[in-house]
Design a binder for this molecule. Structure first.
Ligand code: S3P
Length: 447
C-alpha cells in the first residue's frame, strides 16, 4: 500500500559466525503471477508457499478488485477463484500497487485487452518509475492510457474493447514488459509474439503453459521468440511456489562474508533465467555447493550449502545481467569485502528499479569508506580487507538497498545503519528474524 508509516532505522554490527538453516520466503515473481493467472482462470487455483510480502498482498487485493475471490487459508496457503480470460470486472476504486513495479505492470497487461477502465497508483518510489515501457506496447493492442508526465503513475488505463494481437520486440531486457504483453495477448484473438534480445526470467511463459495456454519459445538468430495463441481457456492449477533466489541472496552473501559461517538454504529456485548470482559467486571463489537438484512446481530448485570464503573480485559478464538483475546491490556489498576489484557492466536497468540502485549503492558504499566508480551503466567496487562502516545509508524506499547494507554491517569495523528498514516487508518480511536466527547482530534503533 502506498501509505508509508514512519521510517524505521536499523543497525547491523560485527557478528560471530552465522550458522543454521535459512528458510527464505516464496519467490516474489512467481507469487504475483500465481495470483494473476489464478484470477484469469476458470476454477479454484490452490497456491502454497506464496510470499506474503506487501508487494504480493497488494496484488492479491487488486485481483479482488477485478472480481476474483482470493482467500488465505494458512501461512502461504491461498486459493484464487478466477473469472476467466476477459472476465475482469471494472474496479470501483483506485488500484494501489504500493511499492511494486511487477504488480502494477503485470496487472496493467492483464486488464489492457478487456473493455474496462482502471486507475493505478503506488508509493513515492513506484510513482517515479517509468510506465511508458508498458503502456506503449499496450497501446498497440488498442488500450489507451493517461498518466502523469513521462507516463508516470497515477495513471488511468482504458482497456481495448476490440483488441488486436501484437508483435513486439522488447526495447530493454524486462520480464515485466514481456509479461505485460503476454498477459494482454491472452484476450486478443490470434497470435501475440514477443521477441527478446536477451532472455529474461521466464516464469510467465512457464506458468501460462501450466495453466493450459498454447505458448512456444524459440531461440532464433533474431532473438528469443515467444508466441502465444490468444483467448485460451485457462484452467485452475495447483502452484507450489519455490523459495526466492533473490531473497536467498542476502543470507547467502552474509554467510560468505562473515568468517567461520556455515549456512544451509533449502529449496531455492535455480531457474537459469534467475541464477546468475550463484554462478558469479562460484567464479569469485565461494564455497557454495548446490545439493539435491530437482524440479518443484515446474521450476528447477536446489539446496544451497555454503561456508564463509575469501572471495576475489571479478568482472561480471554483462550478458549475465538479466539473470541476476535484482542481486547487484548485495553483490556490490559483498564485492567491498573481496580482494581486488569487481566490475559490473551492462546494468543500466538498475537505474529504474525501486531506487536508482547504481547511485544508491555507490553513495552508500562511499559513506562506508569503500572506493567505487560508476558510469551510466556500470559500477566498479574496490574490495578492502576491512570495510570501515560507521555510516548511515539512505535506502530510498528500496528493500534490497536496506538488506544489502545490513549484510555488509555484519563485517564492517564499525556498525552500519540504514535510514529506513520498513520497505524490507515488501519482499522479505521475515528477514530480521531469519538473520537473528543465524546469529546476525541486527537491531531496530527505536527500541
Ligand atoms: C521482475 C522483473 C524484473 C525484476 C523485478 C521482478 C518480474 O524487473 O527486477 O524485481 O517479476 O518480472 P524488470 O522487468 O524491470 O527487469
Amino acid at each position: 500500500m502506498s501509505g508509508h508509516g514512519p521510517a524505521m532505522p536499523m543497525t547491523s554490527r560485527k557478528s560471530g559466525p552465522l550458522s543454521g538453516t535459512a528458510e527464505v520466503p516464496g519467490d516474489k515473481s512467481i507469487s504475483h503471477r500465481a495470483l494473476i493467472l489464478g484470477a484469469l482462470s476458470v476454477g479454484e487455483t490452490e497456491i502454497t508457499g506464496l510470499l506474503e510480502g506487501q508487494d504480493v498482498l497488494d496484488t492479491a487485493r487488486a485481483m479482488r478488485a477485478f472480481g476474483a475471490r482470493v482467500t488465505q487459508h494458512g501461512p502461504g496457503s491461498w486459493t484464487v477463484t478466477g473469472v476467466g480470460v476477459g472476465g475482469f470486472a471494472e474496479p470501483d476504486s483506485v488500484i494501489d500497487c504500493g511499492n511494486s513495479g511487477t504488480g502494477v505492470r503485470l496487472i496493467m497487461g492483464a486488464m489492457a485487452t478487456t473493455d474496462i477502465t482502471a486507475t493505478f497508483t503506488g508509493d513515492a518510489s513506484l510513482n517515479k518509475r517509468p510506465m511508458g515501457r508498458v503502456t506503449d506496447p499496450l497501446a498497440l493492442f488498442g488500450a489507451q492510457s493517461f498518466g502523469r508526465r513521462g507516463g508516470r503513475l497515477p495513471l488511468t488505463l482504458i482497456g481495448a474493447a476490440e483488441p488486436v494481437p501484437v508483435e513486439y520486440r522488447l526495447p530493454m531486457p524486462s520480464a515485466q514488459v514481456k509479461s505485460a504483453v503476454l498477459l494482454a495477448g491472452l484476450n486478443a484473438p490470434g497470435q501475440t509474439v514477443v521477441i527478446e534480445d536477451e532472455p529474461t526470467r521466464d516464469h510467465t511463459e512457464r506458468m501460462l503453459r501450466g495453466f493450459g495456454a498454447e505458448i512456444t519459445t524459440e531461440e532464433t538468430e533474431a532473438g528469443r521468440v515467444i508466441t502465444l495463441t490468444g483467448q485460451p481457456e485457462l484452467r485452475a492449477q495447483r502452484v507450489a511456489v519455490p523459495r526466492d533466489p533473490s531473497s536467498a541472496a542476502f543470507p547467502v552473501c552474509a554467510a560468505l562474508m562473515v568468517p567461520g559461517s556455515e549456512v544451509f538454504v533449502p529449496g531455492v529456485s535455480q531457474n537459469p533465467t534467475r541464477n546468475g548470482l550463484y554462478l558469479t559467486l562460484q567464479e569469485m571463489g565461494a564455497d557454495l555447493v548446490l545439493e539435491n537438484p530437482r524440479e518443484e512446481g515446474g521450476e528447477p530448485v536446489a539446496d544451497l550449502r555454503l561456508r564463509a570464503s575469501r572471495l576475489k573480485g571479478i568482472e561480471v559478464p554483462a550478458e549475465r545481467a538479466a539473470s541476476m538483475i535484482d542481486e547487484y546491490p548485495v553483490l556490490a556489498a559483498l564485492a567491498a569485502t573481496a580482494s581486488g576489484v569487481t566490475v559490473m557492466r551492462g546494468i543500466k536497468e538498475l537505474r529504474v528499479k525501486e531506487s536508482d540502485r547504481i547511485d544508491a549503492m555507490a553513495r552508500g558504499l562511499e559513506a562506508c569508506g569503500v572506493r567505487v566508480e560508476e558510469t551510466e551503466d556500470s559500477l566498479t567496487v574496490h574490495g578492502m580487507d576491512v570495510v570501515p562502516g560507521r555510516a548511515t545509508v539512505q535506502t530510498h524506499l528500496d528493500h534490497r538497498i536496506a538488506m544489502s547494507f545490513l549484510c555488509l554491517g555484519l563485517v564492517s569495523a564499525a556498525p552500519i545503519t540504514v535510514d529506513d528498514a520498513t520497505p524490507i516487508a515488501t519482499s522479505f518480511p521475515a528477514f530480521e528474524g531469519l538473520m537473528a536466527g543465524l546469529g546476525a547482530q541486527i537491531t531496530r534503533d527505536n527500541r
